[in-house]
Design a protein. Structure first.
Length: 61
């Protein structure tokens, strides 16, 4: 019976690790998309608009 409980705990732990890794992957992909869009927006802007966007990003953080 003790082995069965240990096996269930292993499965639960590996499932939680899998869920954590999946969540981390989703967060990284989201951050890359936001970064790409921000870089694209900054490339289209002139220098003054870049500085204003940078200041706005600093204020948001």
């Amino acid at each position: 019976m003790d082995l069965l409980i240990m096996e269930q705990e292993k499965r639960r732990e590996s499932w939680l690790v899998g869920q954590g890794l999946t969540l981390m992957l989703v967060v990284i992909i989201f951050a890359l998309i936001v970064n790409y869009k921000n870089c694209k927006r900054l490339k289209e802007a002139d220098l003054k608009e870049r500085l204003q966007a940078f200041a706005a990003d600093l204020v948001e953080v």
